[in-house]
Design a binder for this molecule. Structure first.
Ligand code: SIN
Length: 286
């Protein structure tokens, strides 16, 4: 008698744009995934850069268990997590908030020496309209540059700092329903990363500057650095490199923080939005 278990069917992965993003179905993220499914999701993430799942039911513990299949979890240095689970950040906008968390194009925590590999964001409560998250493919943005511009920026190094977001009076500290902390240490912190990073799995190059945390290009005069960063940051998020996800309660987005920038749209004033975010620790960009 053959008692071997049949393998779980491969998840169904359907792209949502010509550039990045795919909806994955046929996977229940609340149960322990088999290794084959994890490998398939890892491959889909590297290929599509952001994966979307619908109709999931995740407790904070289940969300952490799912994310930890892709690497050790991270805690945010300037945002307090849940008391019971510091790895889980409650990303909440209350109806009377003036500022939302993540409301500008950015790559997560590039002010760290080892920025996160990726994030898993779960929708608990969504507004009746709006509140989408936009994603921009930084490989496509790099590939679209001229060879001459690629030669200019390959090998450049940029400085990243949490100060503008998490320092005293910083933008993210005004998102008052998200509990930021340690603003005094954020102001002076900085780290250097390549302006063009190489994805450790695919080997593809990606633009690696963002408006939230990149402050200057090393070795350039202020005016030179500002002009080049202005161009690169605008170019990086051109519409042709983006996709957009409309949330429903129970939706999950998992993004590759080595490949994308994202933007939490704030077009739902007067309504509540409640997400939970878990991040996976990453390596030093090269
Ligand atoms: C974030 O920047 O991680 C928040 C994204 C979102 O709330 O859509």
């Amino acid at each position: 008698m053959d008692i071997s278990l049949s393998p779980a069917p491969a998840p169904d992965v359907v792209p949502v744009s010509g550039t990045l993003g795919a909806v994955v179905s046929g996977v229940d993220l609340s149960v322990e995934l088999d290794d084959t499914t994890v490998v398939a999701l890892e491959a889909a993430l590297v290929k599509h850069h952001v994966l979307f799942f619908r109709d999931q039911e995740l407790t904070p513990a289940a969300q952490m268990a799912f994310a930890s299949r892709f690497g050790p979890l991270d805690t945010h240095p300037y945002v307090a997590g849940m008391e019971s689970s510091p790895e889980v950040i409650e990303v909440i906008t209350e109806p009377d908030d003036e500022v939302n968390f993540g409301g500008g194009w950015h790559t997560d925590v590039t002010f760290l020496e080892r920025p996160d590999l990726g994030s898993v964001l779960y929708a608990v409560e969504v507004p009746p309209y709006g509140g989408d998250t936009l994603f921009a493919d930084q490989h496509a943005a790099y590939d679209a540059l001229s060879d001459t511009m690629k030669q200019v920026i390959d090998g450049l190094v940029a400085v990243h700092s949490p100060g503008r977001q998490y320092g005293t009076g910083g933008y993210s500290t005004k998102a008052r329903s998200v509990r930021t902390k340690d603003a005094d240490t954020a102001v002076a912190a900085s780290v250097e990363h390549p302006v063009v990073r190489t994805h450790p799995v695919s080997g593809r190059k990606a633009l690696y500057v963002n408006g939230a945390f990149t402050t200057r290009i090393k070795g350039m005069h202020g005016a030179e650095s500002n002009a080049l960063l202005h161009f690169l940051m605008r170019h990086a998020v051109e519409e042709r490199f983006t996709c957009r996800f409309a949330w429903q309660p129970g939706s999950v987005a998992m993004w590759d923080n080595r490949s994308v920038q994202h933007y939490a749209m704030f077009d739902y004033r007067g309504h509540r939005r409640h997400m939970r975010r878990v991040t996976i620790a990453g390596d030093r960009p090269f």
